[in-house]
Design a protein around this ligand. Structure first.
Ligand code: NAD
Length: 377
């Protein structure tokens, strides 16, 4: 299959989400990083793009230059990812859609509802794909939950309870750190801080799993760090179209919670629970029955969960990234740079010696034997 050309805007060196897009887009060999305007600082962005292997004529200083440069090319990018701060999403996404590019935009897609409606209209009018990176919905076991709920395993859904609360912005002394500050600055983040940053993942997930939409809500927002003009904590009650009751708590000052995204769905005939820190498992409790663990990779999962599962049962989906780290160290070693703790032939040899020693010991009723390779004794 021909590789698709991919362009990235934002996601520069040191950014939070840039590495996830680069790894994600290129993991399955579907996309080649062909063009980029990676940084708010043009020179830094170009230099980084070239280090990532983008040719110098496609390492752009800003997104407008990229739009102009890519528009006329026969090998123009097939997809543009917008991974810049929120306030820039609308202009960039709209401009690329209008020029006939497909776009994956980071969340929140826009700053206002009007802008969001405009993007929907432009995508419809141009026939181009405009996707939004609600990436948690792509975990295989989230797809399994959606299948279970929408195919009626739980009966009618009564209640959804979800949290996306962490404590990483809980240090008041660090509130002015630029990486944190923009998230609570209305000019950069929009009208909402933590809810638009993390709460919308949870809100999207509730709709995604239930196959239903939020109709009404009641919210309590708080800025627990006084210098913040946007909320860093929110509790939102909601009601969905089919009557499901929803509760959502999101916070960035919940010190001690690392990445506290979880969701529970309770129906008339059972309940489900998933948490992002244990993404390979869904807990399922049928009415009157015992709690079961449904494991990614096991037999009998839905087609969607099976399709999106790359690695065998018992391995986390992060497993390929551990292999990627071996290649990181290998590349460094080949270039003569520090190569971390790359396992080398001596490690392979020690393993073989241990295997042989174990076999020998087992053959001698568990006798203690020397497990070192002769050359290391
Ligand atoms: P960040 O501050 O860590 O990085 C932003 C990057 O964009 C930097 O490299 C910066 O130089 C670059 N940049 C800023 N303005 C630019 C411009 N006009 N043109 C080109 N590059 C520009 O931010 P981040 O945490 O990576 O967040 C970026 C976006 O991704 C935000 O919208 C955020 O909400 C979203 N995000 C989504 C998820 C998710 O789970 N889907 C997770 C984290 C962040």
């Amino acid at each position: 299959m021909k590789r698709l050309n991919w362009g990235l805007i934002g996601g520069g060196e040191g950014s939070q989400i840039g590495p996830a897009h680069r790894l994600g887009a290129q993991a399955d060999g579907n996309f080649t990083l062909a063009a980029g305007a990676l940084d708010v600082d043009a020179a830094r962005g170009k230099a980084y793009a070239e280090r990532l292997g983008i040719s110098s004529d496609r390492a752009y200083g800003d997104w407008k230059e990229m739009l102009a440069g890519e528009k006329g090319r026969v090998d123009r990018v097939d997809l543009v990812t917008v991974a810049t701060p929120n306030s820039t999403h609308f202009d960039i996404t709209k401009a690329f859609l209008e020029a006939g590019f497909n776009v994956l935009c980071e969340k929140p897609m826009t700053m206002t509802v009007e802008e969001g409606e405009e993007i929907v209209r432009v995508a419809e009018a141009t026939g181009k794909i405009c996707a939004v990176n609600y990436c948690y919905s792509a975990y295989p076991m989230v797809r399994e939950m959606r299948h279970m709920v929408t195919s009626g395993t739980l009966g009618k859904t009564r209640l959804i309870v979800t949290n996306f609360s962490h404590g990483h912005h809980g240090n008041a002394a660090e509130a002015d750190n630029p990486r944190v500050r923009w998230r609570y600055d209305p000019a950069m983040a929009g009208i909402s801080g933590q809810f638009a940053d993390c709460g919308i993942h949870a809100m999207h997930m509730a709709s995604f799993i239930a196959g239903d939409e939020v109709e009404t809500l009641s919210a309590d927002f708080a800025s627990t760090i006084a210098s913040r003009s946007l909320e860093d904590d929110a509790m939102v009650n909601f009601r969905m179209a089919n009557g499901t009751v929803g509760r959502l708590w999101t916070s960035s000052v919940a010190i001690g919670r690392q990445h506290g995204f979880d969701i529970q769905v309770f129906g008339e005939e059972g309940g489900l629970r998933w948490t992002s820190e244990q993404p390979n498992q869904v807990l399922y409790t049928p009415l009157g029955g015992r709690t079961q663990i449904i494991e990614k990779g096991e037999a009998g999962l839905s087609d969607e969960a099976a399709r999106l599962s790359r690695v065998a049962i018992a391995h986390p989906e992060g497993f390929p990234l551990a292999v990627a780290n071996i290649y990181v160290d290998l590349a460094a070693a080949i270039r003569g740079e520090a190569a971390g703790a790359l396992p080398l032939a001596a490690d392979g040899l020690r393993s073989m010696a241990v295997v042989h020693a174990a076999v020998a010991s087992a053959g001698q009723n568990g006798a203690w034997v020397d497990a070192r390779p002769p050359m290391f004794r």
